[in-house]
Ligand binder design. Sequence first.
Ligand code: NAD
Length: 314
Amino acid sequence: MTAARIDGKAIATALKLRIANDVGTFQLQHGRPPGLVVVLVGQDPASEVYVRAKAKQARATGLQSRQLVLPTETSEMRLVEIIESLNRDTSIDGILLQLPLPAHINPFRVLETIDPAKDVDGFHPYNVGRLAVGQPAIAPCTPLGVLHLIKHVVHALAGLDVLVIGRSNIVGKPLGTLLGDAGCTVTGAQLQTRNLSDICRRADIVVSAAGSPGLVRGDWVKPGAIVIDVGINRVDDGHGGYSLVGDVAFDEASERASHITPVPGGVGPMTIAYLLMNTMSAAWSRATLRGSPAGVNQFQLKTLGRLSGTARSS
Ligand code: NAD
């Protein structure tokens, strides 16, 4: 079997077209585009690349996008004050605090100051808690993107066995919740997990978000399984540079999986598309429902309903 490649770039492009359409409607109705601000503290080179990519794609979708780059020595108290002023700014619908922060700043303390209605990363405890108890919430972008890719290839998720490798707050844990809510039997693995290869061989869907290149070998994959690779790892390319690879031994796994995501071009583009989606939804909810999380979810279901209608008919 040679797996079909799940083209995250193309799927994200289709989603962004829908979002751009919604942004145009919002602008007509409210006299302004939805606004996103990305806050970066310090000069982490990888973060600078991500922030630029997010800002560029936000503008291409018609959002008003601002980058706020603060010096490394910015104090925690000063950062909190800045976030509070962004909370009060009515032209801003989404606040994204780029992580990691410099070591002297407690990320949890600062994330808690973001207005939950503007928390487009879905990291505020209010949104984390609501997601955990099955209430409407702004969910984190990467798990939403992964779920979208899975739904692109399999419509009936209920009852499937899913292995999620990695249990970080930003990927593994919220993804496990979303998949469980969709009726999957979810196994969460982490560094301490024993017999990971055996667990993997039982899974209908494997999602790896470990940050460990080549972790998932071809013979770990159940024939016909869906493999989603969230990992982004820099490895030496042998020519003084580096290349980006995922957690999955792609060629080997492609021999057994039915569908597989590449790295790059799989989950990465979906993460950014869902940042734009969360911002658009937050703007709509703030403008019409006082920022209610129920509004965010209603809006997303409406947009995704139209998208899956298109996907099925094409
Ligand atoms: P993290 O370091 O916070 O968490 C990694 C998790 O994987 C931990 O729970 C750890 O126990 C587990 N783990 C690590 N090695 C393991 C192993 N050998 N076996 C089993 N479990 C193992 O990482 P994160 O922030 O969740 O990111 C994970 C990976 O996903 C990284 O490569 C990151 O760059 C990538 N990522 C990609 C996107 C995207 O948009 N594609 C978004 C976020 C993160």
